[in-house]
Design a protein around this ligand. Structure first.
Ligand SMILES: [Zn+2]
Ligand SMILES: [Zn+2]
Length: 329
């Protein structure tokens, strides 16, 4: 049997629509018929060569929702016909110092969906069942797909902000629009920073109930306890530090970021910290989906047919929409 996939054959080139033989699940793997696959900024970084893929051709996509159609001999976590979610974390070694310390997100032999393994820009994919999730029933396929990375890794970054009362989000895209709803639900004040002059995204943020929305170079009406930088722009780090209180944290949530400019020590002084967030653990997934099952999160997917994956990537690159693009086979 054959399937259609949108593959990256060469970095910097559009994806190519190809026919491939259906993959066969190995011992711990399941074969999944894809129902929806979210388009993440990381996909753009891989397609553009900011993150160098380990092999080509490669099928992108790590926000996958689908149906289990076949199982490897030891893949007991899901039954045939179960709905399943496939995230960015595709596998870890289980025995390095990081895996043993519940930091599988930092594993020395970590593997990623749509990067090391073929992902969900296809009609089918195989995934290690031990790293897949049962996703909340309250969401349909298209609405749950963006939760699998934007939601999940956004949540890990959000958790780093601890009990911040006032929390800033730099870049109000797929991750921020989901996580701001979690923060609002918990009674935290959200400050949304967008590209200067991007009044459409600022209005979008206000429609989700944020306390304040403005330009990334603006001073918000109150000092922040924590700031999360979702935009891949290193220059935002000093900007965020200048509006974060003493002892506060600036969290870089993206897997790729442009270089950080030099900045005066005075804006870091006062026990402010800057840290990054890498990938996710399965425990993050379980915690986040429990919350997503409890709070009705609006994910605002923009559907694209699978074969129009290039249009979806270009629209994301151009900042042409709010919410999250989702490919539908
Ligand atoms: Zn992602
Ligand atoms: Zn490991």
């Amino acid at each position: 049997m054959n399937m259609v996939a949108m593959q990256l054959e060469q970095v910097g080139q559009p994806l190519t629509c190809v026919k491939l033989v259906l993959p066969v699940p190995r011992e711990h793997e399941i074969l999944i018929q894809v129902r929806a696959c979210g388009v993440c900024r990381t996909d753009l970084h891989i397609a553009d060569g900011d993150l160098v893929p380990h092999h080509l051709p490669l099928t992108l996509g790590h926000e996958v929702v689908g149906t289990v159609v076949e199982r490897g001999t030891s893949a007991q976590e899901f039954a045939i016909n179960d709905r399943v979610g496939v995230p960015w974390l595709a596998g870890s070694c289980g025995h390095c110092r990081f895996c043993l310390a519940e930091h599988e997100n930092l594993c020395n032999d970590i593997r990623f969906t749509g990067f090391d393994h073929d992902g969900g820009y296809a009609e089918y994919l195989v995934a290690d069942a031990r790293y897949c999730f049962h996703v909340p029933e309250r969401y349909d396929d298209m609405h749950v797909a963006p939760l699998l990375c934007a939601g999940l890794i956004g949540y890990r970054a959000y958790a780093m902000a601890g009990d911040a009362e006032r929390i800033g989000f730099y870049g109000f895209g797929a991750a921020a629009h989901i996580i701001s709803q979690v923060a609002r639900h918990r009674g935290q004040q959200v400050f949304a920073f967008t590209r200067p002059g991007d009044s459409r995204s600022q209005d979008f943020a206000r429609s989700l109930g944020v306390t304040w929305a403005g330009n990334a170079d603006a001073r918000p009406p109150a000092e922040l306890d924590a700031a999360i930088i979702f935009a891949p722009v290193g220059a935002l780090v000093p900007q965020a530090l200048t509006v974060t209180r003493k002892g506060g944290t600036v969290i870089c949530a993206g897997i790729h970021m442009s270089d950080l400019p030099a900045f005066p020590y005075a804006i870091l002084w006062g026990e402010r910290s800057v840290r990054s967030v890498a990938n996710l653990t399965r425990e993050d997934g379980r915690a986040f989906f429990q919350i997503a099952d409890h709070i009705p999160l609006k994910t605002m997917p923009i559907p694209f047919p699978l074969t129009r994956a290039n249009d979806a990537l270009n629209a994301l690159r151009d900042g042409a929409f709010d919410g999250a693009a989702v490919l539908i086979p």
